[in-house]
Each structure stands twice: as C-alpha cells, then as structure tokens.
Write a protein that binds this ligand. Structure first.
Ligand SMILES: NC(=O)CC[C@H](N)C(=O)O
Length: 392
C-alpha cells in the first residue's frame, strides 16, 4: 500500500477521489450523490448511452470509467433507463459535465446521478486509468464525493482493501425482482414512447437475474408474451406458468456463485426440453448447467463496438458472418471446458473468447454479448426472432 508520503497531495479544489486498493489516489471533481461507494473499476468504450450503462443491473458493484471524454451533454430523461435505478455505483469521466443540450432531456446528468444515489468523478485522466486496467487488471476501489474536500484517505483505502471483490460474489439477490411481473412494453418510437403489446402467446417466462428492460422489449417486439419472474423461482413455480420458452437474463457478479439456486433450475429446464435463450449471465449459467466452466477475465469487455464472428454450424459460419455487438462482462465461459453436448456458436474477434453456445439436439442457446443493445448496434436482433419464432 502506498504510504501517505508517496501519494500526490490533494490538488486545490478537489472534491472527489478514486482510491484504489493499492493505495493510489486519483483526484478530481465530485458530482452526483455525496458519500463513498466500493466496487471494481472497469472501462466502457461506448460513445453514447451513458444512462443505459449506468442503469444496467449487471454493473452492480462496479465503477465505470467512460473512455469517451464528453459524458452528460445530452442530459437525462425518463425513457433511456434499463432498470429502476439499479446498476453501477459510480462513474469516472474526463471532462466536467456541461449543461445539457438535447430535446429529449428532462434533467441534468449530474442531478440524475444524485437522484439515483450514484457518485461521479470528473477531471480524471481516463486514458491513463484505462491503460492501468488493461495492464494490471480491474482494481477494487472506492469512489468518493465530498463537497468540502475533506477525505480520510486511509479509511477509504481500507474500505477498498476489505471489499471481497467480484470473484465468488453472488449479487443477483440484490437486484432481482421479488415479485413476478406481466411485462407489456415493446420497442420505443420517437414521438410515441414505448409501445404496448397484448399478445397472449408464445409465452416466454423470463428469469430476472438483474435484467435490462430492453431485453424484455425485444422479446415483445419479436412477438412474445413475457412474464418476468424472480431469480429464486423454483422449477415448479416456473412450470406452473406453462412457459413455451424460458429466457435467462443478464445480471451482476460471478456466475459460478449462483450455482446453488439458479444453475440447478436451468439444468432441470434443459432436462425437460424447455426451449432456452440466455444473455450474458444467463448464457454463462446455461454453460455451467450443461457442464462448462466460467472464469474471471483480465479486464473484461465493455462497449458498443465489439466484433463477434458466427462460427457455429447453422449459425452463419460458412458465410463468415460478423456482428458488431454491445458487451458488458467480466467473466466468460472457458471454451476449453465445453462438454461434447455444447457447440461454440460465436467468438470474440478481439480475443477469441467464447461469445455463444448452443446445446446440441435441443432448442437452447446463449450469447455472451447484448443483442438487445441499448446502448449499441442492433445487428443481433435475429437472436430474439430465432428464439421466439421457434416456440410453440
Ligand atoms: N452483463 C452481464 O450479464 C454480466 C455477467 C457477469 N456478471 C459478468 O460480468 O461477466
């Protein structure tokens, strides 16, 4: 740990700080909610969609460094959110947030951050921080905002050091719905907002491990009736809803730490030949249920421009098709551990890591990336059509 003497002095006017578990203090200007929050520092390379990123429940216990320097300049609205205020605990940005300029804005980003209890830090050399994450992996840290500028750095360092880290941590119970929900919202249209659907089938039961709302909107857009159920729903509770397919959502934390309640249910669904579609955490847990293993990545993949190649038979492999995708994950299925029952359908063109699996002989597949985008490109919508279109 860096001693107080090794740390650069607090600059004049600094009201925010990021303190890494190794004792490094990175100063800036605080905004949003006051206080301190612990999490893993990651970086996201998307140029747009900061509200969606900040409200993606998969980011629970993470502090997002935005590599794009101008964040907050389209303000905040009530529509571009992916959950009811869950998601990242804080964000780090290069430039100070300026007043918004956008016809859809209803609020300033700094006010919105405050209302959602999220801490912001601006004026940080985000290139240097991103480089540090790339070279040394994602550090545990505390982000803190105190308008008076009075910080107890030693206490913040201790807080960062005492945190368990994401590996082995199950965060799903914190973010999952506690009650089932009849989901009706469809896609968004300029001037109309979100559309509504009254379809009754095919019926998809979506297990909420910390889901992004746009996944449900995409299922609706693809023609499904969606019932969202809590993460700890039992196999009997799920089957009582007579699902024609079950969707396994994204979510925060370590997939291997959910093994006690989520993975056995997924294994049972597989045995009963229920069609399955998993995204991100749901994909990882589908892999675990089928016998594969997951591992923590060095720095993870987060952004809206990640190229993925289709390599599976019947998935466009022969045409060499590539999708540009939205990603947010720090764990991945280790392709070396895929059992014979699983086929690798997609791989990352950045590092060759696993990005898709299909269970041979069953209608069950998953992707590591976010085909619902939000933010990001919509190249992968075909996956929703493939899942919903194949039901019933
Ligand atoms: N977006 C997600 O579902 C993330 C899955 C998992 N928490 C990971 O970081 O890899």
């Amino acid at each position: 740990m860096a001693s107080a003497a090794q740390r650069p002095a607090q600059p004049e006017g600094a009201t925010g700080v990021l303190v890494l578990a190794d004792g490094t203090a990175i100063w800036g200007k605080g905004f949003g909610a006051m206080g301190a929050a612990v999490g893993e520092v990651c970086f996201n390379t998307a140029m747009t969609g900061y509200q969606e990123v900040m409200t993606d429940p998969s980011y629970d216990s993470q502090i997002v460094t935005f590599t794009f320097p101008h964040i907050g300049n389209v303000g905040a609205n009530d529509e571009d959110v992916e959950s009811r205020g869950l998601g990242a605990v804080g964000c780090i940005v290069r430039e100070e947030v300026t007043p918004h300029s956008n016809f859809r804005a209803r609020n300033e980003f700094v006010e919105w951050m405050k209302e959602h209890g999220k801490i912001g830090l601006s004026g940080v050399d985000t290139r240097a921080l991103t480089r540090r994450v790339r070279l040394h992996g994602a550090p545990n840290a505390v982000i803190a905002y105190e308008p008076s500028g009075a910080f107890d750095l030693d206490a913040l360092v201790r807080q960062a050091q005492e945190w368990s880290g994401l590996e082995g941590l199950d965060l799903v119970p914190r973010v999952s719905r506690q009650e089932s929900e009849d989901w009706r919202g469809g896609h968004w249209q300029l001037g109309f907002g979100y559309t509504e659907s009254n379809r009754e089938r095919p019926h998809v039961v979506a297990i909420d491990y910390g889901a992004k709302d746009n996944i449900f909107r995409n299922l609706v857009k693809a023609g499904a009736k969606v019932t969202v159920v809590p993460a700890r729903s039992t196999i009997d509770e799920i089957m009582a809803l007579k699902p024609e397919g079950v969707f396994l959502s994204n979510g925060p934390g370590d997939p291997a730490a959910t093994g006690e309640y989520a993975v056995p249910v997924i294994r049972e669904l597989l045995e009963r030949d229920v069609p399955l579609f998993g995204i991100c955490l749901g994909h990882q847990m589908l892999g675990l249920a089928a016998g594969a293993k997951t591992a923590k990545m060095h720095q993870g993949h987060r952004g809206a421009n990640h190229p993925v190649q289709r390599v599976g038979e019947g998935w466009g492999a022969s045409e060499g098709l590539v999708e540009i995708t939205s990603m947010n994950h720090g764990f991945a299925i280790d392709a070396e551990t895929l059992p014979d029952s699983l086929e690798q359908t997609h791989v990352s063109l950045f590092d060759g890591s696993n990005c898709g699996i299909a269970v041979k002989g069953k209608r069950a597949f998953g992707v590591q990336y976010h085909p619902e985008a939000s933010p990001g490109p919509q190249d992968s919508f075909y996956l929703f059509e493939k899942f919903v279109g194949g039901l019933g």
